[in-house]
Design a protein around this ligand. Structure first.
Ligand SMILES: [Fe+2]
Ligand SMILES: [Fe+2]
Length: 313
């Protein structure tokens, strides 16, 4: 906790320097603690992007509930969607405690003003896509979110304990869908292969562009993150590239390769402009997904009205 006693009676700049030293030494900040405005803004921006992404990812999968190929698959996907909406709910609650009303965050999401993860700006065309997304994007998310368990913002790291635990189940659910396809008939195997080809460049973007540690203030100054994007991508490739090959799938050319001399994976950088375009709402499914979000809101508006909360958000 960064208490009154930790502060000098000096200028705002001195207080901010003390705060940065506090978080740099492993200090944990609570919602009611004093914090520089820049830190508050960074935490809000970071968590809001995470909350929006959980929610938009859930919408992508909700769209497939009625098309799941069996009752078991439908039950598992329903549980996953419920988890993801729960993650969003917990994260929006964290924003409330920092002075960012949930309704305002949802409103900005629906108006296209707020960003959500690049991965959810694409169309899902097959059941194989649903499995591939759950397997590989949730696997990358687990790596990213585990690195946040040491975040300087206490409420966030506590919520992430639950989130990480549930994401582990999502990875297994996705892997099970993909495994069923690659061990099925030729058409199913080809469907899984086509899905990996299409989604692999997007998976390679999932953990974000390579950014030097010093240039990433969330990492180097505020310690919201504890690892660089590049470190996390290397871990992802170390774990998942062999698993992808092990089940008989092939990477699109050029495939990532392990370089024993440098003990790292070599690959061709994905098209980062595509990621930025998605971030600006210019992805292939950006408009449709936001429209779906609006439609979900409007069709449930009667609940808010019944509760006397009309006009929300
Ligand atoms: Fe999630
Ligand atoms: Fe998940």
């Amino acid at each position: 906790m960064f208490t009154e006693a930790d502060r000098t009676s000096g200028s705002d700049e001195e207080r901010e320097r003390e705060f940065i030293a506090f978080v740099g030494n492993g200090g944990v900040v609570e919602a009611s603690d004093w914090m520089p405005d820049a830190y508050r803004r960074s935490v809000i921006k970071f968590i809001e992007f995470h909350a929006n992404s959980e929610y938009m990812g859930a919408l992508l999968e909700r769209d497939w509930l009625n098309r799941a190929p069996s009752l078991e698959r439908k039950l598992a996907l329903t549980a996953k969607v419920q988890d993801e909406v729960g993650h969003a709910q917990l994260l929006y609650c964290l924003l409330e405690a920092l002075g960012r009303p949930r309704r305002a965050a949802l409103h900005d999401l629906m108006s296209g003003k707020s960003k959500f993860h690049s991965f959810f700006h694409y169309e899902t065309r097959s059941w194989a896509d649903v499995g591939m997304i759950a397997w590989l994007s949730d696997a990358a998310a687990v790596i990213a979110q585990r690195a946040l368990l040491k975040s300087s913002y206490g409420p966030y790291r506590r919520v992430l304990q639950k989130v990480c635990w549930e994401e582990g189940f999502h990875v297994l659910q996705g892997r099970d869908v993909v495994l069923a396809l690659v061990t099925g008939n030729e058409d199913q195997r080809q469907l899984a292969q086509a899905s990996l080809h299409e989604w692999w460049p997007r998976v390679m973007m999932f953990l974000g562009p390579p950014t030097p540690r010093e240039a990433d203030r969330d990492l180097s100054v505020w310690r919201l993150k504890s690892r660089t994007n590049q470190e996390m991508l290397q871990e992802f490739l170390t774990i998942y590239a062999p698993r992808i090959l092990e089940i008989g799938l092939k990477f699109p050319d050029p495939a990532p390769t392990y370089d024993a001399a440098s003990k790292s994976w070599k690959y061709v950088e994905p098209d980062w402009e595509e990621l930025h375009r998605n971030g600006r709402g210019g992805g292939p499914a950006s408009a449709a997904r936001i429209a779906f979000r609006k439609q979900a809101y409007e069709s449930n508006l009667w609940v808010l009205e019944t509760l006397g909360m009309q006009g929300a958000p």
